[in-house]
Design a binder for this molecule. Sequence first.
Ligand code: SAM
Length: 217
Amino acid sequence: MRLFSLDNRLSMCASFVRENASLADIGTDHAYLPVWLVLNNKIKSALACDINEGPLSSGRETVEKYDLCDNIELRLSDGLAQVKKDEVDDVVIAGMGGELIARILSSCEWVKSEDKHFILQPMTKCEVLIKWLYDNGFEIVSQDACECDTKHYTVMMCRYTGEHITVDESFYYIGKLDPKSDSAKAYLTHVLSHLNKRAMGDKSLLSIIEKINGELL
Ligand SMILES: C[S@@+](CC[C@H](N)C(=O)[O-])C[C@H]1O[C@@H](n2cnc3c(N)ncnc32)[C@H](O)[C@@H]1O
């Protein structure tokens, strides 16, 4: 059986998963991420969860194709509702809007456990997600960016600390990206072009634009 490659976006998510972690992939759809991680011996088992039967059955097809039914359990779940605290170390929530990711985290009591890692890849409204994280005692431990099929993405690994760190509003857009890296530069340039359009109707964004520009210098 030929192994497959992940695209840059899912590959970056995979890079943040801890070796041998018990993983829950929330909104798994095709289940490529958990299947790839098990096939590449990075983890032994995973829960592949989705709120919808359709995506879950396409995930089941991938799991069966690679003969991983003993390693990967497909589970119908709205966010983390059907996942128990002691079942997982690392949680990936990728390919959804930042607001939905924040809602999924806020609906689950046990996310406030310092030993859990959350690998989050918001498609939109990244700033809403980062604000939610910092308002609720989480921190971004590391963050990176990539380009995939001409689109720009960021992935962050977060955990709960219980501390309430005050951050500047520009941090909701930049996070822990290193503006000196080429991938972060490309991502932030893309963020800036969106902000510049929005700033035509919302002048309060101008100070954030100035700060991001300053970081890119
Ligand atoms: C665009 S796909 C992303 C698939 C994969 N995670 C990726 O990044 O390539 C989004 C998936 O999230 C699922 N989803 C949406 N809301 C969800 C929720 N509240 N809980 C679990 N899954 C959800 C959808 O059914 C869909 O399969």
